[in-house]
Design a protein around this ligand. Sequence first.
Ligand code: C2E
Ligand code: MG
Ligand code: MG
Ligand code: MG
Length: 293
Amino acid sequence: QAKAQGRNGAQFFTAEMNQRAQARLMVENHLRSAVAQGQLSLHYQPRIHVADGRVAGVEGLLRWHSPELGHVPPDRFIPVAEETGLIIEIGAWVIEAACAQIERWRGQGLQEVAVSINLSALQLRDPGLLDVLRASLERHAVPPGQLELELTESILMDQVDAHLVTLHALRELGLRLSIDDFGTGYSSLNYLTRFPIDQLKIDRSFVRDMLDDPRDLAIIKAIIGLGHTLGLKVVAEGVERELEVQALRAAGCDELQGYHFARPMAADTATAWLLDWIRRQAAVRGGNLPAEF
Ligand code: C2E
Ligand code: MG
Ligand code: MG
Ligand code: MG
């Protein structure tokens, strides 16, 4: 009987693995044509200056609507894109889309909005990355300082020396660099002084628990102190509540991003949101914060 159970257990395990492998294969197959068939879009989520409520920039976040699979969240298709190498083509599409949007906004009275995009490890290792960036920036006459690249700690921790060369080249091109999801990767801090970066984005998991768990607040304060000592801007992600805004302001955080201000929005909605935010900000007298800030 033990034998039968073992066999059933093994069969169950195999069936589940099979299902997952099949689901992954479906994603992979449909993802191959996503770029060519125009199924990708960028949504934009604003980042706000704590000091005065001005818009500090927006993060471009990839969205995929597949006719067959529906909306597939990035956490499900980006790993597949990375494993298959498709992320090179998709990443180039993201760079082009972000630059095109910056150009459009520059023609709509939003000339100062910086856009950040997320880069994968494979892109950073791709010898073609600089040319792709240069071409898109030029095609859309984008001042390079208006495009920011977000890289996670774990990306940077392997092949440190190779990445150093690439990051310096990106910096020379005029791009700004951030470390994303900071605090969740390997905690070797010495690279912070070696990499030419501009800002740290505190991972949303710390912000989520900061009001309930003093240890998370302590980590946030330590990251802000460390960042400022190194001359870096510090951004908090995943800000959902007013009390978090207050605590992060008290802790000296520079910029905030999260559902409290806005969810990631399609380009048209983001444009309307940005124009409205700026208009209301200008209308406030005596202080320059929109009412809800
Ligand atoms: P990320 O770069 O850390 O992006 C922040 C994620 O947090 C986004 O999820 C955003 O929608 C979500 N978020 C923002 N504010 C809040 C909040 O207040 N509460 C909560 N619960 N969530 C919030 P999203 O759009 O699902 O993206 C997930 C991840 O996928 C990104 O994490 C990034 O690592 C990756 N990703 C997205 N777009 C791209 C891309 O174009 N290229 C690459 N390589 N990765 C991307
Ligand atoms: Mg990011
Ligand atoms: Mg993040
Ligand atoms: Mg993330």
